[in-house]
Design a protein around this ligand. Structure first.
Ligand SMILES: [Zn+2]
Length: 485
């Protein structure tokens, strides 16, 4: 690829135009924002139109134009396309290693470090000089994303998205990009958005227990009410939500209208109408845009709705309104356990009376992801007592089936020397009922929890212990997620 309006390009232009615009071989016509209406620029676009050229106008800062010409002419030519190629190769490699994220940390003192997050852990993949990272990141941001005015800033946070499939491996349908400055450089994080094709819709394969799966299916059958999934960022709640909604749509054989309101849609949900929330700069604008999108979705005759996240009082009120008017609704909040969802909703100003109306909340689900030990190299705790402290061993002996417990091994070829091969859900699923809601309403969350456990409820800690007792998860690794056993 080259610059068509460059000195050796096939579209000849004068230097006056070359100062303010640039046509690249991929059909992008970069034009300085302040010159977009200049007569010579309009005349040039007219010329392209007459020649039947297809092009896409990208408005940018004036300084950007000379940077683009320079980036092509440096290093004997096509630097932009060289770095595009490197970026595309990097995406393919990350997907082949099942990475969830790519981190590009670019620092003048620490150079450029490329890391993949695999099974929740960051792994260093490559190191390069500072300039390499600078060029790679600006190429990714400026030539691969769908940002309308792509000027890559190293000193301010930016967001973007790569949606053009031709630059992506088949297994993913997009990449979400976030960047931010660090002391002597910047960090770019790329979240890979995997396709749902050939997805196993069974919640058991995510790690839910048989009883939890049944409870979720009961919650799904509720004709009204809000089901809330909680968890921290990276807890896998979007994947769970995607599977639940896909199954609801599939089992209805397309006879129901499912509308999602997401900012932005994270996964493709086949058969759902996924409406993105308009891009907004401030938190206030974002909240307003979110409310508008929920209202718009409610007018579109939904049978079921999904609201990406309830983050403030207005969106919570709208979600409750939707639920009370007969639209079962799924959403997420940030909370650390099932009952914590109630606390979170109270914190953002939802009234306790409303929350404890049996028609409002149908289910409280909370999840996190624990690492799955490598079958080939995990080691038995009882043969390796020296690996844990005496204090921990005493606690494990008291709380666990010690003979069935395994620890993370030293790593092998099978697990690429990490000791783990994937992640599994550790969760609690609370099907709310009158008694539980009464106890919550009386302010007695602890009693509500005790009552729920007495009726067979499995807490996240309980679920985690069952996985350690099955030799699937390492005890200390799992305690770091759910607290001491
Ligand atoms: Zn291994």
């Amino acid at each position: 690829m080259s610059i068509r309006t460059g000195p050796d390009g096939d579209v000849s232009i004068g230097n006056d135009l070359r100062d303010v615009l640039c046509l690249t071989a991929d059909g992008r016509l970069y034009i300085s924002k302040t010159h977009i209406t200049a007569p010579n620029v309009r005349a040039f676009m007219g010329r392209l139109d007459r020649l039947g050229e297809q092009y896409k106008v990208v408005q940018c800062e004036l300084g950007k134009i000379s940077q683009i010409y320079e980036s092509y002419s440096a290093d004997g030519g096509d630097v932009l396309s060289i770095f595009q190629g490197k970026a595309v190769d990097l995406f393919a490699r990350a997907v082949s290693e099942n990475a969830s994220d790519i981190h590009l940390s670019v620092s003048k003192t620490e150079a450029t470090k490329i890391k993949f997050r695999i099974n929740g852990m960051l792994q260093l993949i490559e190191e390069h000089p500072y300039d390499f990272g600078q060029k790679l990141c600006s190429t990714i941001y400026q030539s691969l994303t769908d940002v309308s005015a792509p000027t890559f800033e190293t000193n301010a946070p930016q967001d973007a998205r790569i949606a053009d499939k031709k630059n992506l491996p088949n297994q993913i349908n997009g990449i979400r990009i976030a960047t931010g400055p660090q002391v002597d450089g910047f960090l770019m994080v790329l979240r890979l958005l995997y396709n749902p094709t050939n997805m196993d819709l069974n919640l058991l394969s995510l790690g839910y227990s048989e009883a939890q799966k049944k409870d979720i299916e009961d919650i799904e059958k509720n004709p009204t009410g809000i089901a809330v999934i909680a968890g921290s960022t990276g807890s896998g709640k979007s994947t769970t939500l995607q599977r639940i909604l896909t199954r609801i749509i599939e089992s209805s054989k397309g006879s129901i209208n499912v509308i999602t309101v997401e900012d932005p849609p994270e996964y493709l949900i086949k058969g759902a109408i996924q409406s993105p929330v308009a891009n907004a700069k401030t938190e206030e604008d974002r909240s307003a845009a979110f409310q508008l999108a929920i209202k718009a979705a409610m007018r579109l005759d939904p049978d079921s709705m999904m609201v990406g996240e309830v983050r403030d009082h207005p969106s919570a009120s709208l979600a409750i309104k939707a639920a009370l008017s007969g639209h079962p609704l799924w959403t997420t909040v940030h909370a650390n356990n099932g009952f914590g969802i109630i606390t979170r909703l109270l914190d953002i100003g939802v009234s306790i009376n409303l929350l404890c109306d049996p028609n409002v909340i149908s289910g409280l689900i909370c999840q996190t992801l624990a690492r799955v030990l490598c079958e080939k190299c995990k080691v038995k705790l009882s043969d390796n007592k020296g690996e844990v402290s005496a204090e921990d061993f005493a606690r494990y002996t008291e709380k666990l089936e010690i003979e069935n417990v395994y620890l993370r091994g030293c790593g092998c070829e099978h697990c690429k020397n990490t000791g783990v091969t994937g992640r599994t859900v550790v969760a609690e699923v609370i099907k709310t009922n009158y008694k539980i809601l009464e106890l919550i309403k009386a302010g007695n969350h602890e009693e509500a929890m005790k009552y729920w456990v007495s009726t067979g409820g499995i807490t996240m800690k309980g679920h985690a212990i069952s996985k350690v007792n099955a030799g699937i998860c390492d005890p200390s690794d799992t305690e770091s997620l759910v607290g001491q056993f």
